[in-house]
Design a protein around this ligand. Structure first.
Ligand code: FES
Ligand SMILES: [Fe+2]
Length: 342
């Protein structure tokens, strides 16, 4: 598999809804396809290829106004479906159009379909209703641009043993004796890590956990292309785990180019839900881990990989890699089924 191939018949997370105000626009490249998103006056979204069909200027260098976009180079105007509606130099023809993509908002996020539009079914967007069910005071969303392939970002969440080393001084991590279990279904990979009676960590203490020993369980469920829910509980050793004990997060990876990605995350919690200060505390711990620890490591990995194919470098596979390898295999199958992507 070339790292430059992508499955296109699936929903890619393109952003967070809050990134687009009415009248606003957002240019984002996904799977090497430049897309211009804009929000119309009725609050609905449009997604157009960000390349004028005339001389290929980025439409994002033009202006979005009154629900249409005007190219900044010679002034052609396109509507929300990509149809040219104004041509300063002559008649408007049906054939003067720019491709438009299905785009849907769900779970505070924007999802785009870049493949065969006839196959785009919003019902295929992963159910992330835990995000909708959480009040703003108990969740935070974030976006990181990463100079690493999205599959390295997937690997990072599907292998949480790295936390014991990379995040030992921030959020704390798993211990080598943590028990991992990984399994796959048709379209999912599920992996969990369970530790009992281990020293408590910073997130447990931040929540007010008084015990110096805790039981910890983390479960990640992956679906294509890199939509991962992470459900974590940390309770005093021996205590019962209740509904309120769960922190449930989304880690969603979208390819930009073979060596760059969009990383969207959203963390929700079920305890102390009115406490915006607690949200800020968790946000700062998590952001430090993602920005100061994961991001530099992933980008340094990509530097070493360069443009090479991951498998051709013959990675040394360890038992801890099982879930990451299962997810990679599923993506490879999808890409092969679409005839090698583009
Ligand atoms: S390149 Fe857009 S109008 Fe010429
Ligand atoms: Fe990490």
């Amino acid at each position: 598999m070339s790292s430059a191939s992508y499955a296109l018949n699936l929903w890619y997370q393109a952003g967070w809804s809050e990134e687009l105000a009415v009248g606003g626009s957002l240019a984002r490249t996904i799977a090497e396809i430049p897309v211009l998103f804009f929000r119309r006056s009725d609050d609905s979204l449009s997604a157009l290829l960000d390349r004028c069909p005339h001389r290929f200027a980025p439409l994002s260098k033009g202006c979005v106004e009154n629900d249409v976009v005007q190219c900044g180079y010679h002034g052609l105007v396109f509507d929300h479906e990509g149809q040219c509606v104004e041509n300063p130099y002559g008649p408007v023809l049906k054939s003067m159009r720019v491709p438009a993509y299905p785009v849907v908002e769900r779970h505070d996020a924007i999802w785009v379909w870049l493949g065969d539009a006839a196959m785009a079914d919003p019902a295929d967007i992963r159910d992330l209703s835990f995000i909708d069910d959480t009040p703003e005071t108990a969740k935070f969303r974030g976006y990181l641009h990463s100079k690493a392939n999205y599959q390295l970002l997937n690997d990072n969440i599907l292998d949480l043993y790295h936390t014991g080393y990379l995040h030992a001084d921030s959020i704390g991590g798993l211990f080598p004796e943590t028990v991992m279990a990984a399994e796959e279904t048709d379209d999912r990979v599920k992996v969990s890590w369970t530790s009992e009676n281990v020293p408590s960590n910073a997130t447990f203490r931040a929540r007010g956990g008084a015990s110096d020993r805790m039981d910890q369980r983390v479960e990640v469920i992956w679906s294509k292309p890199g939509v991962m829910t992470l459900d974590a509980t940390e309770v005093a050793a021996g205590a019962t785990v209740n509904f309120e004990d769960h922190i449930v997060a989304l880690h969603s990876m979208t390819p930009e180019t073979p060596t760059t990605s969009h990383y969207f995350y959203c963390a929700t919690r079920r305890y102390d839900m009115d406490n915006a200060g607690m949200t800020e505390l968790i946000r700062s711990l998590a952001t430090k881990a993602f920005v100061d620890e994961d991001k530099p490591m992933l980008e340094a990995q990509q530097q070493r990989v360069g443009e090479a194919d991951f498998w051709e470098l013959k990675p040394l596979l360890l038992p801890i890699d099982k879930a990451a390898v299962l997810a990679r295999r599923k993506l490879e199958k999808l890409i092969a089924a679409e005839d090698g992507g583009r």
